[in-house]
Ligand binder design. Structure first.
Ligand SMILES: [Zn+2]
Length: 219
């Protein structure tokens, strides 16, 4: 089941009061249209009808894909789900072969849904992003990298496409061959990084840096 509630919001730009729909849970199978709203970011944004200012809605939301067996917890409040509540919602005997992730913001949730639905492993993808980051760093002064996100996969050209969000520059597209992903997957598997813990994990750039160590590479 997907669940939302309506909250009063005040536009930080012009002070106009309005009402926003805040999503608390989304089920990918029951509400496929909401998946598109997650991918586009529309569900977690508010556009002020008076001045057009757009801002992120502070949201804590579960995104559940029963077929692909993953549960994502978008946790913008920073209040992690208590184990007791998690157990009521998701008893330990149902957690086998499930992926649980805690996510910090809307763009990270969109990226996660996108890459998991494409059949990628998010841990491997975060390690691939470190490789792409190094490629960006080696290609001269292209503007400081603020964020790197997986965008899509080009199955014809057999490559992954990433978006680099940069300071004072337009976003840039960066490519990495799928063979680099496959190689990284084998290495991560050998290193024992791909097991699931049965509870919520944060898999992001910080995680990748913590396991990659110095000298880690795709080659
Ligand atoms: Zn406004």
């Amino acid at each position: 089941m997907s669940k939302s509630s309506v909250h009063k919001v005040i536009c930080p730009a012009c002070g106009a009061a309005g009402e926003a729909t805040v999503w608390e849970s989304i089920n990918a199978q029951i509400s496929p249209a909401l998946r598109e709203g997650v991918i586009s970011g529309r569900l977690f944004r508010y556009i002020c009808p008076r001045c057009g200012h757009t801002f992120a809605l502070r949201t804590d939301c579960f995104y559940h894909d029963m077929e692909r067996r993953y549960l994502l917890h978008l946790c913008m409040s920073g209040n992690a789900l208590a184990e007791q509540k998690f157990s009521e919602y998701f008893p330990p005997n149902r957690r086998e072969q499930y992926t649980f992730r805690r996510i910090a913001d809307g763009p990270a949730l969109a990226e996660k849904v996108h890459l998991l639905d494409e059949g990628f492993h998010d841990k491997v993808m975060e390690l691939c992003k470190l490789v792409v980051e190094r490629l960006v760093a080696s290609t001269a002064a292209e503007g400081r990298l603020k964020r790197l996100l997986f965008e899509t996969v080009d199955t014809v050209g057999k490559r992954m496409i990433f978006v680099a969000v940069r300071e004072n520059r337009p976003a840039a597209r960066l490519l990495l061959p799928l063979s680099a992903y496959e190689q990284m997957h084998r290495q991560a598997h050998r290193d024992g990084l791909l097991q699931e813990s049965g509870t919520f994990e944060v898999i992001d750039r910080k995680w990748a840096l913590s396991v990659a160590g110095p000298g880690h590479s795709a080659g």
